[in-house]
Design a protein around this ligand. Structure first.
Ligand code: GDP
Ligand code: MN
Length: 382
């Protein structure tokens, strides 16, 4: 789950990482009140789950509360890379002497968290990596040993953070960012820019914070930060129903049992010239309840023109799944063509049950390829 900048900063503050004081506003009037309360120059920042807000006009300085209201009016409603701005974060403006970059991500190749620091911050890190890879200091953290302060000293030395007082602050900050990363079960913690003020104070001016969805049960306070209005409505519904679902762009709704099987189904649909509308994994089960929930999510996507069940009976037997599908179709009205490919344990019994049910829009196929061809043809999606 991606957090908004202000939420990431709340977590930063909790772990002792310095950030500017600020408040959220969802109208120009509120922005004016916040600016008044903070006093002095403020910065009005669009809160959207995407980067590059500065370039898109989503970040503006304001000298007076009236100006803050005007800036908020300009920014609210703005479309930034497809994200409409509904809220702005108004914080005390900072004077910037230097812009650095600091992050922790997972290096999946090395199976270890990776710390990165560069004094060329403020721009996108991909740009730095391409233009001056030597400026980017990188060090892995052994998850069992944990972060060691010498690693932060090495980062400072390699990236060229020369001032001793700055070094001291950055070293402390790297340790606290690692604490935040581990403490929140994060996948990514990025500070860009990490600024040094003319007075020599180091602080986080921005935050990019991604928390592992699978660990959210351990962090109810973070789970509550999820913005239910952001993201695809189908994915929201899926979350509510506990269905494993990812929205895609095509027309063929897909359900299968097992993530690997569903992934290969996506490939086969593409192979026969169709486009999958989603990824949906029924898991080990195939009971009517689970099938109804999954079908409700899939058919809530108006783009779906046909549905493909790809079931391989293992521990869950084919006839059980067939019964689940039929019961589900009894309980709900679906007019879209539904193609079922059933194989594995008790597949023949299952197929016989489906054929016997003789629903006009239910088609049974024996192989994955023929099922994919059939559903794409029926959906008229080729
Ligand atoms: P991003 O564009 O989405 O990465 O948003 P950032 O929060 O990183 O802000 C983009 C840029 O706006 C920063 O790199 C700064 O140059 C500028 N900026 C943000 N906050 C302030 C501030 O308090 N004072 C000043 N002077 N500039 C700021
Ligand atoms: Mn930034």
């Amino acid at each position: 789950m991606d957090l908004y900048e202000y939420q990431g900063k709340q977590l930063f503050a909790r772990f002792g990482i310095p950030v500017s004081e600020g408040k959220l506003a969802s109208s120009p009037e509120e922005a004016r009140a916040v600016a008044e309360e903070l006093g002095g120059q403020v910065v009005v920042k669009a809160q959207v789950l995407t980067g590059g807000r500065g370039k898109a006009g989503g970040i503006k300085l304001a000298d007076t509360p009236e100006e803050a209201a005007r800036r908020a009016e300009e920014i609210l409603g703005l479309d930034i890379r497809g994200h409409i701005v509904g809220k702005v974060w108004v914080e005390k403006a900072s004077d910037i002497a230097k812009e650095y970059y600091l992050s922790i991500t997972f290096d999946r190749g090395e199976k270890q968290p990776l710390l990165m620091l560069t004094t060329e911050g403020g721009v996108e890190i991909e740009e730095v990596a391409e233009r001056s890879p030597d400026a980017l200091a990188r060090v892995h953290v052994d998850p069992l040993m944990g972060f060691q302060p010498f690693q932060a000293r090495w980062l400072c030395f390699t990236a060229g953070v020369a001032d001793p007082d700055e070094q001291k602050q950055v070293i402390g900050l790297v340790g606290r960012l690692y604490d935040a990363f581990v403490g929140a079960d994060a996948m990514l913690c990025e500070i860009n820019p990490l600024i040094v003020t003319p007075e020599g104070e180091v602080k986080a001016l921005d935050s990019k914070f991604t928390v592992d969805d699978n660990a959210l049960f351990r962090h109810p306070d973070i789970a509550e930060m999820r913005d239910l209005d952001a993201g695809e409505p189908q994915e929201r519904l899926a979350r509510e129903k506990g269905v494993t679902y990812v929205k895609l762009d095509g027309e063929i709704g897909i359900l299968g049992n097992g993530a690997g099987l569903v992934m290969s189904t996506l490939d086969v649909i593409a192979q026969v010239g169709g486009r999958p509308a989603n990824f949906c994994d029924l898991g080990g089960g195939g009971d009517a309840e689970g099938v109804v929930d999954a079908l409700e999510v899939i058919t809530s996507d108006p783009q779906v023109k046909g549905i493909l069940f790809n079931i391989f009976g293992g521990i869950t037997r084919g006839d059980e799944v067939a019964r689940g599908i039929l019961e589900a179709l009894d309980r709900m009205t679906i007019e879209l063509p539904i193609v079922v490919r059933l194989d594995g344990t008790n597949a023949e019994e299952g197929r016989a049950m489906l054929i016997e049910a003789a629903s006009p829009n239910l088609y049974v196929e024996e192989t994955m390829l023929s099922a994919a061809e059939r559903v794409v043809e029926l959906a008229g999606a080729r």
